[in-house]
Design a protein around this ligand. Structure first.
Ligand SMILES: NC(=O)c1ccc[n+]([C@@H]2O[C@H](COP(=O)([O-])OP(=O)(O)OC[C@H]3O[C@@H](n4cnc5c(N)ncnc54)[C@H](O)[C@@H]3O)[C@@H](O)[C@H]2O)c1
Length: 386
C-alpha cells in the first residue's frame, strides 16, 4: 500500500473497553490512519479491526515495534503493561499515547518521562476527563480571576460496579493493576482535574483506605471491565483482596487551599460520579460528570446560576473544547477526540505546543499516589514529591 506522507499511521494495543473507545475517537481525528491492532487474542484483534477495515492484527504488541510503517501507538492494556510497551515504543522511535496510570511505580514513570524528554517524540497520558467543555470553562473562569483565590476543593469519584463480592476485574489483581486499585484508577483522574483547573499543586495529604471485601469470587471465565451486572454466573474461586475498594484523602493545595475527596467502586447507584467542587473568595463552581453539560456557578450576594454548555456563552479560551452548539450534548467519547486531535496536531507540527497531559503529568499522578499509599499505610500525613 502506498503511504500518504501527510497522514500519521497509528496502532491500538488492547481490544477491551478503552481499545474500542480509542478506536472510535481515532476515526474522528484528522490526519490519522489506524493501521494495526494488537491484543492478547488474535481472533479478538482481527474481529475488532475488521469492522474498521484494519487488517493488520496481532496477538503480540512487540511485532508492531519493528514495523517502520507505524508512527505512533495507543496503549490501552492493563496497567502492568504500560511501562514495557511505552518504553519499547519510545526506543523504537514511535510516539506514545498511554492510558492512565502511566506505570506501576514512580521509578517506572520517571524512566518513561526521561526517555521521552531525550527524544523528539511526543508522549501523551490519557487524562481525557480534563477535556469536557465545562471542565475547561471552570479552568478559564479561574484563569480570568472570576473565582478569586481558591480556598476549598472537594469532591468524589464514585462508582458502584465493584459493589458485590462476586464483582471481578483484572484491576483487583495487584500484579496487573499495581498496589492501589481505586485511587490509581479513578482517584488519579480527580487529582489531575483538580490541579489542572485550579493551577495549584497538591503538596501534602492524609489518606484512609478500606477494603470492604477481604475476599472476592474470582470467575473462571469473564471479568471484563464494567461487565458485572450483565455477566452470567460462572464458576469461581475465592481470592484474597489486597487493594482498596474505597479511599478518602484530605489534601493541602498550594500554600493556602485545602481539600477533601473520596474515590469508590462500591458506592451503590453511582455509575461514573466524578464531582468537582471549587470554592474561591469570589465565586464557586461545581461540575458533575454524570451531567456534564451543566456547570453550577455559586455566588454569595446574587442568585447562583447554572450554565448549560454553549460555546457562545463560554470563555474564549475554553470554547475550543466545545465542537457543537448549545443544547447539542458532548460527552465522554468527545473528551478522547479532543485530546487525540491535539496530540496528532503536535506530531504533524514539531513546533506546535503539547496542549495535552504529558508523561510528566503521569509521573505527577504517580507521586500523588505514592504519597497516598504511604499515608494510608502509616496512618499519617505524607508530602507529595515535586
Ligand atoms: N481514560 C479513561 O477514562 C479510562 C477508562 C477506563 C480504563 N482506562 C485505562 O485503560 C486501560 C485498560 O482498561 P480497560 O478498562 O480498557 O480494560 P479491559 O480489560 O476492558 O481491556 C484491556 C485489554 O487489554 C488486552 N491486553 C491485556 N494484556 C495485554 C498485552 N500484554 N498485550 C496486548 N493486549 C493486552 C486485554 O485482552 C483487553 O482486551 C487501563 O490502564 C485503565 O486504567 C482509562
Amino acid at each position: 500500500m502506498t503511504r500518504n506522507p501527510r497522514r500519521i499511521r497509528t496502532a491500538v494495543i488492547g481490544t477491551g473497553f478503552m481499545g474500542r473507545v480509542h478506536l472510535e475517537a481515532l476515526r474522528r481525528t484528522p490526519n490519522v490512519d489506524v493501521v494495526a491492532i494488537a491484543g492478547t487474542s488474535l481472533d479478538k484483534a482481527k474481529a475488532l479491526g475488521a469492522g474498521y477495515d484494519i487488517h493488520n492484527a496481532s496477538s503480540d504488541w512487540r511485532e508492531l515495534m519493528t514495523d517502520p510503517g507505524i508512527d505512533a501507538v495507543h496503549i490501552t492494556t492493563p496497567n502492568d503493561s504500560h511501562f514495557p510497551i511505552a518504553k519499547a515504543a519510545f526506543e523504537a522511535a514511535k510516539h506514545v499515547l498511554c492510558e492512565k496510570p502511566l506505570a506501576l511505580s514512580v521509578a517506572e514513570a520517571r524512566i518513561l518521562t526521561q526517555l521521552q524528554a531525550a527524544t523528539n517524540l511526543r508522549g501523551a497520558l490519557c487524562h481525557n476527563l480534563r477535556y469536557y467543555p465545562m471542565v475547561q470553562q471552570m479552568r478559564a473562569m479561574r484563569e480570568a480571576g472570576e473565582l478569586g483565590d481558591i480556598l476549598v476543593v472537594q469532591g468524589t469519584y464514585s462508582q458502584d460496579w465493584m459493589l458485590y463480592e462476586s464483582d471481578w476485574n483484572w484491576r483487583v489483581d495487584p500484579a496487573l493493576s499495581g498496589p492501589s486499585r481505586v485511587m490509581a484508577d479513578i482517584g488519579s483522574h480527580f487529582f489531575d482535574m483538580a490541579e489542572h483547573v485550579t493551577g495549584l499543586k497538591v503538596r501534602s495529604l492524609c489518606s484512609d483506605w478500606q477494603i470492604f471485601h477481604p475476599t472476592r469470587k474470582r470467575p473462571k471465565t469473564g471479568g471484563e471491565t464494567f461487565s458485572g451486572k450483565l455477566a452470567a454466573a460462572s464458576e469461581s474461586t475465592d481470592a484474597k483482596i489486597e487493594t482498596e475498594d474505597f479511599g478518602a484523602t484530605l489534601f493541602r493545595l498550594g500554600t493556602r487551599a485545602r481539600g477533601a475527596m473520596t474515590a469508590s467502586q462500591v458506592s451503590v447507584g453511582r455509575k461514573n460520579g466524578l464531582v468537582m467542587e471549587i470554592y474561591g473568595t469570589k465565586a464557586a463552581v461545581t461540575w458533575r460528570q454524570e451531567n456534564p453539560e451543566e456547570l453550577w456557578i455559586g455566588h454569595r450576594d446574587a442568585p447562583s446560576q447554572i450554565l448549560l454548555k454553549d460555546p457562545a456563552l463560554m470563555h474564549e479560551t475554553a470554547r475550543g473544547w466545545a465542537d457543537l452548539p448549545g443544547g447539542h450534548a458532548e460527552g465522554y467519547h468527545d473528551t478522547f477526540k479532543q485530546l487525540f486531535r491535539r496530540f496528532y496536531a503536535s506530531i504533524a507540527d514539531p513546533d506546535a505546543p503539547a496542549d495535552y497531559p504529558q508523561m510528566a503529568d503521569g509521573l505527577r499522578q504517580m507521586n500523588i499516589l505514592a504519597a497516598e499509599l504511604e499515608s494510608s499505610r502509616h496512618h499519617a500525613w505524607a508530602d507529595v514529591a515535586e
